[in-house]
Write a protein that binds this ligand. Sequence first.
Ligand code: COA
Length: 179
Amino acid sequence: MRFPLWKRDAEAGPAYFIRASRSDDMGAVDLLLSRSYPRLLKADYPPSVLVTAIPLISRAQPELLRSGTYYVAEAADGGIWGAGGWSLAPPGGTAQRGVAGHIRHFATDPVHVRKGVAAAVMHRVLLDARAAGLTALECFSTRTAVAFYAAQGFEVEAGVELRLGNAVVFPAVRMSRAI
Ligand SMILES: CC(C)(COP(=O)(O)OP(=O)(O)OC[C@H]1O[C@@H](n2cnc3c(N)ncnc32)[C@H](O)[C@@H]1OP(=O)(O)O)[C@@H](O)C(=O)NCCC(=O)NCCS
């Protein structure tokens, strides 16, 4: 479904729209994540963390892409400016009984940050998650994204250490909000 166009002002360049991702977005989302994470996380994490974590967190996830609850911001020229979504199951886990969903894999192309792209994706997340009957969302935020999630109404709960694979520990921040 094509969602309403989002355009901040005449200066903001070509319009983009938010749509559910598809399996054939794999290459474009992979490219987006591999452009976004290494560049934007650099200010908030030491190289020793990034060198092991980036290969693990900056790959598109096929099951998310076809879940129907992961979205991309597609520009008029077909470029993918941002992505993000939600799932009932936490990252790497299985869905539990309850009404909290989990925010998944938000990223904006570094060239297009601070244009409201991720906020537009979050708007769609909130609409769909509410429609699915959820009453809360939780996320494991990178240090980099804490200010973004705070601007979207999320509150910090605790600092956490995520285990990526067997050996990699990635410091993150658990945040949540009612929806
Ligand atoms: C976090 C991220 C997705 C935000 O994307 P974005 O499209 O630039 O965010 P938006 O433009 O929609 O920002 C909306 C609001 O969030 C806040 N915000 C976003 N980025 C911010 C930053 N770096 N510093 C402070 N506030 C910020 C601001 O209030 C902003 O509104 P404003 O621009 O009018 O001040 C992007 O920085 C990113 O891709 N980071 C790297 C990947 C990452 O950490 N993802 C999170 C995984 S948990």
